[in-house]
Design a protein around this ligand. Structure first.
Ligand code: TZP
Ligand code: MG
Length: 221
């Protein structure tokens, strides 16, 4: 099997919704169904933080969310946990700098899985690419309360720096992104945006997700 084509991946990354049970104000299955109805283009199961599910409960929720993704042609990505990604045969995995390097993951999962890596500097981006990452997550762009150990807020400067220094692989901005502040992230050079709370915590999830789809379409990427 082959690595996913970068241009296809750029499209899939446009509205990349991330969540786990702790991010949801109602049943996660319902939250994901409503987000999918609004047109999210990719989903990451990030079951993490105080009060998150473990073991069988984690696996079972993952299975249910994956089913919704597959029924709607939305790629299902697992955060950090390689064992869970393998158990579910997820479409890919997203890892941070403290997790297993992309090189080792690629060897374990094979060529056809999507591997995303969080990068906070040019050096980290270069290393991730050398290790075989398919896309980069860059942030936090704005202040966020969804990540307990979030690094310093960088605005859109790091995205601009990476693009100016010749990083061309698919890239998403993450951290504190809302319908009101999404445009500069795209102007800076991101192919799409990753969002937890603006969608998971929205009063009207479907309309909010649809709003992101519309805003990203305006950027013409
Ligand atoms: N990585 C950097 S910021 C962040 C992650 C996982 C949290 C993003 O959540 P929100 O609610 O969209 O700010
Ligand atoms: Mg991690």
């Amino acid at each position: 099997m082959q690595r996913m084509n970068s241009e296809h991946l750029r499209d899939l990354l446009k509205v990349y919704f991330i969540m786990g049970s702790v991010n949801c104000r109602k049943a996660p299955v319902k939250v994901l169904q409503e987000a999918v109805a609004g047109g999210i283009t990719m989903f990451q199961f990030r079951e993490k933080g105080t009060g998150s599910l473990s073991d069988e409960a984690r696996l079972n929720l993952g299975r249910r969310l994956q089913k919704i993704c597959h029924a709607n042609g939305v790629p299902f990505i697992v955060n950090d946990d390689i064992d869970l990604a393998i158990a579910l045969d997820a479409d890919g995995i997203h890892v941070g700098q403290e997790d297993t390097p992309a090189l080792a993951i690629r060897q374990l999962l094979g060529e056809n899985k999507i591997i995303g890596v969080s990068a906070h500097s040019f050096a980290e981006a270069q290393q991730a690419i050398a290790d075989g990452a398919d896309y980069l997550g860059v942030g936090p762009i704005y202040p966020t309360s969804s990540k307990e150990d979030a690094k310093a807020v960088q605005g859109t400067a790091m995205i601009e720096e990476l693009r100016n220094k010749g990083i061309t692989i698919p890239l998403v901005g993450i951290g504190g992104i809302t319908l009101q502040n999404v445009a500069p992230v795209l102007t800076a050079g991101a192919d799409g945006i990753s969002v937890i709370s603006a969608i998971a915590g929205a009063e009207d999830i479907t309309t909010t997700a649809r709003g992101f789809v519309y805003k990203v379409s305006l950027s013409g990427t």
